[in-house]
Design a protein around this ligand. Structure first.
Ligand SMILES: NC(=O)c1ccc[n+]([C@@H]2O[C@H](COP(=O)([O-])OP(=O)(O)OC[C@H]3O[C@@H](n4cnc5c(N)ncnc54)[C@H](OP(=O)(O)O)[C@@H]3O)[C@@H](O)[C@H]2O)c1
Length: 186
């Protein structure tokens, strides 16, 4: 079976996802959703991978990285050494290859692509793309990093693990949306 790429992101009005190397908003319940979705597995002998760009890795506060109970993988063109904290990969196909062979083979339940911008774009164009879990925040925040355009052939689907309808926290409204490609065969 093909290992699918599940993308998870939160974007505000006009598609902003980050500013000055951080998230522009503070939404505890949304953060918990991210944490639960990327951590939980059906098989408790397996873990999920969180796959991210080098800048997203650097944006995670030191005390929170590596993201716990997940296998952290970082994309970079550089020869970085992140020790035991994270596995460094040169490309998304190289990461998938590493997950499906060698010491990680059979140990990974899901791959979660957690940003940033160009990583989301490459993952959505990949033949391994499975689903996009996008929290759509119904408020404008000043941003310098943006979610790429969602391809026209993406449709919204429901997932029993995802709360439906408008969510509210601190007066901010947001909605969890799930997209996949029409005729998705993964
Ligand atoms: N709202 C959200 O859901 C969300 C999620 C994630 C991040 N963010 C925000 O987004 C910002 C960071 O994202 P970003 O878009 O600036 O950077 P990013 O995508 O996290 O990192 C970019 C770097 O990742 C490496 N990279 C990316 N694609 C690669 C590929 N296909 N193969 C090999 N290496 C690759 C390159 O590293 P090298 O330069 O080392 O080669 C590149 O310079 C922060 O503000 C963060 O808070 C928001």
């Amino acid at each position: 079976m093909k290992l699918g790429l599940n993308l998870i992101a939160a974007a505000c009005e006009k598609g902003g996802i980050g500013v000055d190397g951080r998230l522009p908003w503070k939404l505890k319940s949304e953060m918990k959703f991210f944490s639960d979705m990327t951590t939980n597995t059906q098989d408790n002998t397996k873990q999920n991978v969180v796959l991210m760009g080098r800048r997203t890795w650097e944006c995670i506060p030191q005390k929170h990285r590596p993201l716990q109970n997940r296998i952290n993988m970082v994309l970079s063109s550089q020869d970085l050494d992140l020790g035991d904290a994270a596995i460094v990969c040169k490309s998304i196909p190289a990461a998938i290859e590493m997950i499906s062979s060698g010491s990680l083979k059979g140990k990974v339940e899901k791959i979660w692509v957690i940003g940033g911008s160009s990583v989301y774009k490459t993952a959505m164009e990949s033949p391994n793309f499975h689903r996009l879990y996008l929290t759509e925040i119904r408020k404008y925040f000043e941003c310098d990093t943006f979610f790429p355009d969602i391809p026209n052939d993406f449709i919204t689907v429901t997932d029993p693990d995802v709360p439906q309808g408008i969510q509210r926290e601190n007066g901010i409204e947001f909605e969890y949306k799930v997209y996949q490609r029409d005729n998705n065969d993964l």
